[in-house]
Design a protein around this ligand. Structure first.
Ligand code: M6R
Length: 615
């Protein structure tokens, strides 16, 4: 959460504009306030305020900042409301040291008390502000800027990605990391950049240095030095990682919103993900096959992808996989996690703090545990705690609502499932071939659906929006689809939609149903279909308006429904198993157009940020 971007250059560039572009590319990380500091002629100039970047830009003209150093920040508030004073950068008492920060300094109260007793004056309610004051104290005690920052970070507990500059030191800026991501990109001999995420660096370089925990970097124009500061301070060598994303992939490319663009990119992202190297899938399959106990853990959309994935894998593995939300993982398994379990962790960003904490706790307390992760981001934190990682090939996802990454996650889990099926030889080869064929067809099914259904979905949204609440109901594997569809609508359209088991709904939720209450049934023709008909009837009998998501040649549930959305796929068991992939775009589009109809920005849902790096 929070986006950091910074640069130091010896080139004649419009530094305010470059910094502004940098944070604009990271706005999905937080968008309640923003600010930039620039450094020139021994002075810092800061422009900051609350609001979206575009609004602040119009008011303050951030691009007019000049100099050879700039640090920029877009905030998701934790400590102190989103107002001008709490927005970053924060400075010390002299106004010469500026800091931008992503993360939480857990011991800030105690540090602040100490600083106040020494006469430091604080302006904001943030935890961040203690950092420039601590640096100031250390400089006053005779340390140079670098050592002052190192000693400051050593006193901070919690998580941070920071960047700092000092008006009296035009030679370098400093960045540091513990748990909150920060990366470095270099244009050799000219400019050095730092950012909390890859899209901000794509216009300048595809070679990124990914900082590890307790590392610090000194950035000079076009050069960088890295230090390990965990114990004594050691200069370290780091190799850059090549990022294969195109700069265009992080642009809207003619679409009104990233969310819509990313839904339409699903077929392409899935086709790329289908090419994951079989040898890497095999590593996952081998470990899962030999494990006694398997868990899968994640948050939000990644958790719902995990629910779909565990269903598919369990089917071929012949063992039940327990899915546990990452924030509950440690509490629920405190006394029962087996020493030799295998844990699959799924995270688009690879930085979700609760997911990281779950696997770190498991690894630290159980020496034989194996961690298998699935993420979209090369070099992200999750990869460091994993024995093996698979990288989904969704490309950058900028919309806060996860869409194409959900599809690539479910697809990757399905590929693992089929690899296990091949390994175990419990089902005939011809069947496995048919499952593969169906899975490989899913991007085409989605493409066809998207190309033909936009107007249809808009019409349904027009009809639905008269009503405040509704249900998404399903059975079996489609409960994952119902939950993910419900999450999308809550998140971007601000409507209360419950994704629920159709069978379980009659144990309480059905009491909400009145004449015209809309219920969307997700109804692939799988083994749950006949029972789902019964559930449709129950809701219909109570006056519910039935909207169904069915395959093209469905007749029964379609006939019982007031509105039908048809997914162009064959009604075979091979396709049905992958219906969480082919059915979800309809619900994503529904959420998108509902947001538009409600006058909301689907790319920046209220109170959210794309990557959740706080507990
Ligand atoms: O980066 P991760 O996949 O770990 O993120 C997990 C959730 O925060 C994320 O899926 C969130 O629920 C999305 N905003 C949903 O659209």
């Amino acid at each position: 959460m929070c986006g950091i971007f910074g640069l130091i250059t010896n080139q004649n560039v419009n530094i305010g504009k470059v910094a502004l572009d940098g944070i604009s590319r990271l706005e999905y990380r937080g968008y309640d306030s923003c600010g930039i500091v620039s450094q020139s002629n021994g002075k810092l100039e800061i422009k900051k305020d609350s609001g979206k970047i575009r609004e602040i830009q119009e008011k303050l003209h951030l691009e007019k900042l000049t100099g050879k150093i700039a640090l920029a920040h877009t905030r998701w508030a934790t400590h102190g409301p989103p107002n001008k004073i709490n927005s970053h950068p924060h400075t010390d008492c002299t106004g010469d040291i500026a800091v931008i920060h992503n993360g939480i300094i857990e011991n800030f109260m105690e540090l602040k008390k100490d600083l106040v007793s020494k006469g430091h004056e604080f302006k904001s309610e943030t935890d961040t502000e203690i950092i420039p004051h601590l640096i100031e104290d250390n400089i006053k005690a005779g340390m140079n800027f670098r050592d002052a920052v190192i000693q400051t970070l050593k006193r901070c507990r919690g998580a941070y990605g920071i960047a700092t500059c000092y008006a009296k030191n035009p030679e370098y800026i400093i960045i540091g990391r513990k748990e909150s991501p920060i990366i470095v990109g270099i244009e050799e001999g000219k400019t050095s950049y730092c950012a909390s995420d890859i899209p901000a660096l794509l216009p300048y370089t595809k070679n990124c240095y990914i900082m590890g925990d307790d590392e610090l970097a000194i950035l000079k124009p076009g050069e960088v030095e890295f230090y390990d500061i965990s114990n004594s301070v050691k200069l370290i060598e780091k190799q850059p990682q090549l990022i294969k994303w195109d700069v265009d992939a992080a642009e809207k490319g003619g679409y009104e919103h990233f969310m819509l663009k990313e839904i339409f990119e699903e077929p392409k992202a899935m086709k790329k993900t289908l090419k994951i190297a079989p040898k890497n899938l095999k590593k996952f399959a081998t470990l899962l096959n030999s494990a006694e106990n398997v868990y899968i853990t994640a948050a939000g959309t990644s958790f719902y992808a995990s629910l779909a994935g565990k269903f598919i894998i369990s089917r071929f593995l012949g063992k039940y996989i327990q899915a546990i939300e990452c924030s509950e993982f440690q509490t629920q398994l405190n006394n029962s996690l087996e020493d030799d379990a295998v844990i699959i962790a799924v995270s688009q960003s690879g930085e979700t703090v609760d997911t990281i904490e779950a696997i770190r706790w498991a690894k630290e307390n159980h020496s034989n545990i194996k961690i298998l992760s699935i993420t979209n981001i090369v070099g992200s934190s999750i990869t460091r705690y994993s024995d093996h990682t698979l990288i989904t090939q969704a490309g950058p996802e900028i919309g806060v609502a996860a869409t194409k990454t959900y599809c690539t996650q479910v697809l990757t889990l399905a590929l693992i499932g089929l690899e296990i099926a091949k390994m175990r030889k419990q089902i005939p080869d011809q069947d496995i071939d048919k499952y593969y064929k169906a899975l490989k067809e899913t991007p085409n099914v989605i493409e066809e659906f998207l190309n033909k259904n936009v107007e249809n979905i808009k019409r349904i949204v027009d009809n639905l929006e008269k009503n405040a609440n509704y249900f998404f109901l399903a059975r079996g594997i489609s409960i994952a689809t119902a939950k993910e569809g419900g999450l999308k609508l809550k998140e971007v359209a601000c409507r209360f939609i419950e994704g629920y088991s159709a069978a379980h709904a009659k144990h309480g939720p059905i009491s909400l149903v009145r004449e015209g209450f809309p219920i969307i049934f997700i109804a692939p023709p799988d083994e749950t279909y006949e029972r789902l008909i019964g559930n449709v009837m129950e809701f219909k009998a109570r006056g519910g308006q039935i909207i169904s998501l069915v395959v093209s040649d469905d007749e029964t549930i379609a006939e019982l429904s007031d509105i039908t959305i048809k997914i162009p796929q064959p009604a075979t068991k091979y396709y049905n198993l992958f219906s969480p992939l082919t059915f979800i775009p309809a619900l994503q589009l529904l959420a998108y157009y509902a947001a538009i109809k409600n006058g909301l920005d689907p790319d920046k849902p209220l109170n959210l940020a794309k990557t959740v790096t706080v507990h």
